[in-house]
Design a protein around this ligand. Structure first.
Ligand SMILES: NC(=O)c1ccc[n+]([C@@H]2O[C@H](COP(=O)([O-])OP(=O)(O)OC[C@H]3O[C@@H](n4cnc5c(N)ncnc54)[C@H](O)[C@@H]3O)[C@@H](O)[C@H]2O)c1
Ligand SMILES: [Zn+2]
Length: 379
């Protein structure tokens, strides 16, 4: 069973990846608490709990945890949701012995982590990520928080969990579109830091997309290794951790241009990665064959929903991005499969050209079902 240790200046914890982990959850929690008394509080949303709650509660036997709910969806990743959860914790008599268990995707994980930071000035929590994106990305690294009207993740903290327990069985109920979108973060991990993972994703796409347990465990573990390794070397994003933003600068602009409604995050990142690869090619950082290989892999894990937007609008939205410095933009560009570099002087004209090229690729893809229709498409 893959277990990856994440060691940073402020934390040291295991990320376990295996099938059947939720059955062992109570025993794992006891071990993490080292025999100290604790009271488990599961934070989840009813959609996920409806699918998995029974099994989790059965694992706890007679020592049942308290379950707190937040509504599903990015729009509830807000301070008012936190306030309601804080009140519920207090009402339930939670004290400093409370151990929160984030049982859900990235939204539940980010909110629960922040809840654990501020309740009674800090209590412990464990991540049990239930989406692919949460297993390979959001549950790892200690970034927690909520959104403001002005932008995503503008309020938050660094607060690491005691452990991340990623049960790959949970992915069996994930809609196919969510699986594909999450896999774009794994593709990203391969591009920026792990040529072996990249090759594995190339050669085993069918098994991975089918949700084959062995293939998914391999991909999740390799992706986690990349993130854990980067975070261990740069916990507070002073430099290296920025490479995890590969594909995200333009990806965020695409999400903003479409009101965060038309595409899943991973799809926007996929398009953003294609544009970043084009920029790498334009700068002569990467050769044509390598760039082609990268773009082919991104599209292999598609289809990515196309959008109708002007390149200039995307560029304008990118200028609002926090990576902007003195008129030019910082971008993470691929130098070859498995290596990315930070380039700090991308001009508006260069970005416009790359965005235009990316939009042409979108148009040449066949028409895709809407995101809404895809959500119903469970595997
Ligand atoms: N903290 C970080 O470092 C970090 C990194 C990347 C992303 N994020 C955040 O993560 C969030 C996105 O996370 P996400 O993609 O997991 O979205 P999400 O949490 O909204 O989950 C996506 C959907 O899947 C459903 N779902 C969850 N698990 C399921 C399961 N096992 N079976 C069926 N349905 C399930 C959810 O109810 C939801 O409708 C964003 O808010 C983003 O900002 C945080
Ligand atoms: Zn992302």
């Amino acid at each position: 069973m893959p277990s990856i240790q994440l060691k940073t200046p402020s934390a040291n914890y295991a990320i376990e990846i295996a099938s059947g982990l939720i059955r062992k959850l109570p025993a794992r929690l006891k071990k993490l608490k080292n025999g100290k008394p604790f009271r488990p509080f599961i934070v989840t949303s009813s959609e996920i709990w409806g699918l998995w709650g029974k099994q989790v509660l059965a694992a706890f036997g007679k020592d049942q945890p308290t379950v707190l709910f937040l509504p599903a969806g990015e729009k509830y990743k807000r301070l008012r949701t936190l306030e309601s959860l804080l009140e519920q914790l207090a009402e339930a008599g939670a004290d400093r012995d409370a151990l929160l268990i984030a049982f859900g995707g990235g939204v539940v994980g980010d909110v629960t982590g922040f809840l654990a930071t501020i309740y009674m000035r800090g209590i412990t929590y464990v991540q049990v990520p239930t989406t692919l994106l949460a297993q390979v990305d959001s549950s790892i690294g200690g970034k927690t928080g909520v959104n403001l009207a002005a932008g995503k993740n503008l309020v938050g903290s660094f607060h690491h969990p005691l452990a991340v327990l990623a049960d790959t069985d949970l992915l069996t109920t994930l809609p196919a579109s969510e699986l594909r979108a999450g896999l774009q973060e794994s593709v990203k991990a391969g591009i920026i830091r792990d040529p072996k993972l990249f090759r594995y994703l190339e050669s085993n796409a069918q098994a991975v997309l089918r949700g084959d347990a062995k293939a998914l465990t391999h991909v999740v573990a390799a992706s986690v290794r990349v993130k854990a390794d980067v975070v261990a070397n740069d916990e507070r994003e002073a430099g290296l951790r920025m490479i995890l933003n590969y594909g995200h600068t333009l990806g965020h602009a695409i999400e903003a241009a479409t009101g965060y409604k038309q595409l899943l995050h991973g799809e926007a990142v996929g398009w953003g990665s294609i544009a970043a690869t084009r920029l790498g090619l334009m700068r002569g950082l990467i050769g044509e064959a390598e760039a082609d290989r990268i773009i082919r892999l991104i599209l292999l894990y598609g289809p990515l929903t196309p959008i109708e937007v002007k390149a200039s609008k995307l560029v304008d939205l990118t200028s609002n991005d926090k990576k902007n410095r003195s008129g030019t933009l910082s971008f993470i560009l691929p130098a070859k499969v498995g290596r990315a570099v930070i380039v700090r002087d991308i001009t508006r004209e260069e970005l416009l050209e790359a965005a235009q090229w990316m939009l042409e690729q979108m148009r040449s893809q066949t028409t895709k079902p809407t995101a809404k229709a895809k959500k119903k498409n469970r595997r």
